[in-house]
Design a binder for this molecule. Structure first.
Ligand code: PNS
Length: 167
């Protein structure tokens, strides 16, 4: 992967259509994107890092534009190892702003050559989050159209079939 490489970091537990939409939005802007899954021992994730990397690869890993990796420690150090200078993050609503603003400025403090670029996902995904995906799944709500079928199948294997359903 050469040229203008973006790093799209996150927990992706699980990866949903809002994430997928963001990767697609990177195509006309960058030469490649590395989806970087955080290895975070503090959080109790639904999927292991390896499972998350696998589910992301199934969806975006096919054509050489997108690579999936994991990282621990500082994001800017991971980016140094890759030779990447641009972080991509999704901005869904004003409520995301404060957290994203803090992270962007902290990353700039840690490495002034690293720039954060925010992309807005498609409106229909602007309320979507991994946390809500897990909650709605557990309570049997409808997630079709918001979560790729391959991810829903993995959730079913991990959590069992969802409750009753809301149809
Ligand atoms: O999907 P998330 O959980 O909002 O992603 C958060 C993530 C992975 C982007 C952030 O926690 C991160 O970059 N962690 C790595 C540690 C780090 O570099 N911290 C200092 C800069 S904020």
């Amino acid at each position: 992967m050469n040229g203008r490489i973006a790093v799209y970091p996150g927990s992706f537990d699980p990866f949903h259509r809002g994430h997928l939409d963001l990767v697609e939005r990177c195509r006309p802007i960058f030469d490649g994107v590395v989806v970087a899954v955080l290895e975070n021992e503090e959080k109790l994730p639904l999927f292991t890092v390896a499972q998350r990397m696998e589910m992301i690869r199934e969806l975006v890993g096919g054509d050489g534009f997108c690579r999936v990796e994991s990282f621990s420690g500082l994001l800017v150090e991971f980016m140094d190892r890759l030779g990447a200078k641009t972080i991509v993050r999704g901005l869904r609503a004003v409520s995301d702003f404060e957290y994203e603003f803090q992270m962007a400025l902290m990353n700039r403090h840690l490495n002034p050559r690293v720039e954060t670029v925010f992309l807005m996902p498609k409106e229909e995904y602007s309320y979507l989050s991994s946390r809500l995906v897990k909650e709605v799944y557990r309570l049997g709500g409808k997630l079709e159209g918001l979560v790729p079928p391959t991810v829903l199948a993995r959730m079913a294997r991990r959590l069992g079939e969802p409750r009753g359903g809301s149809d």
